[in-house]
Ligand binder design. Sequence first.
Ligand code: SF4
Length: 338
Amino acid sequence: MNALQQKVEQVIAVLVTAARDFPPVVFANSLGAEDMVLTDLIAKHRLDIGMFSLDTGRLPQQTYDLMQKVREHYAVPLQVYFPDSVLVEEYVAQHGINGFYDSVENRKGCCYARKVEPLRRALAGNGAWITGMRREQAVTRGTLEVSSFDTDNGLQKLNPLLDWSNKDVWAYIRQYDVPYNKLHDQFYPSLGCAPCTRSVTPGEDIRAGRWWWENPENKECGLHASHGSGGASEARVFGVSAQSNVGSAAHDVSRNQNHPRKECGLHASHSSGTSREAHVFGVSAQGNVGSVAHDVSRNQHPDNKECGLHVSSTSLEASRIRVREISVQVHDTQKAIA
Ligand code: SF4
C-alpha cells in the first residue's frame, strides 16, 4: 500500500467511526478540491453521511457548474442552503451590495449573513459535521484537531484531511478522476465567493487570494468559529441585526420556514399562480399543470425570453384582445339569433 492509499484508509476509518458514533452526520461540502476528495470517498463507500453546500448568492459560475456536476456524477444528494433573505437585505441596505470591502467588520457581517447563519440551520439536529480543512491551509488552522467538540455549533466536528498536503489532494483527484472546480486550473487554489477571491501567483500562499485586502490572521469567514468568535456576539459585532437568528437551532429553522418572503413570487402575478409553474419548472409543488406553462418551460424561442418579472403587461394585453374577440363572437351570435 502506497503513502496516499494509507492516508485514504485513515480518512475512511475516521468517516466510518463518525457515522457510527455521532449519527446523524453531515458533510459541509464547499466544493473545493479537498471537499471533492471527501465527496468521492463518501459516495464510493456509501457512507451514511449527508452532504450539503451553502450557496451564498455570490459564488463564481464555475462553482455552480461543479455543483450541478456533483449532482449528476454522484448518487449522494447535495442539499443546498441559501441565506435568509431578510438578513441579506438588511445587510445590503446598511452597508451596500459590496460593503464587505470597507472593513473587516463589514466583511464578517456579510459572511455571517450569507454563510454562518445558513450553516447553523444546516447543522441543526446533527451529531457531527465533517469538513475538508487542512492544517497547512492557513495560519488560522494550525491548531486544529481531527476530532473535537464544536462548542459554537454544539456538535462534534471532524477534519479527516487535516494532515493531507495539497499534493496529496491533487494526487487523489488525478488518480480517481474526481470532478473539480475549473477555477483551480486558473491559479485559484482556494475558492470562495467571486468578489472575495482572486487568483494567486506562483509561490504565494494558497489562501492569499481570499480576502486579499486583509491581514492573514483575519482570514476566516466565521464558518469555523471555534478558533475565532461566533454566535450571537458575532452577529452583533458584525452589525447584522439577527437576534432572532442566533438563538436555538429549532428557532432558526422555524423562522425561515414561516417567513412570508420565502416564496419566489416571480410567476404568481400572471396565469393561475405559483403552484402550476413550480411544478412545470421541476419544483415539487402540487397543483394544476397547464399547457401554456408547459410551452414556456420548454421553448427557447425569443418570444419566450422573459423571466416573468415583466410579463404582466403582456398578459394583460393578451387578455384584452381575447375579451374583444369574445365580445365580437357574442355580438355575432346575438345577431344570428335575432
Ligand atoms: S466571502 Fe465575501 S461575498 Fe462571500 S459572504 Fe463573505 S464577504 Fe460576503
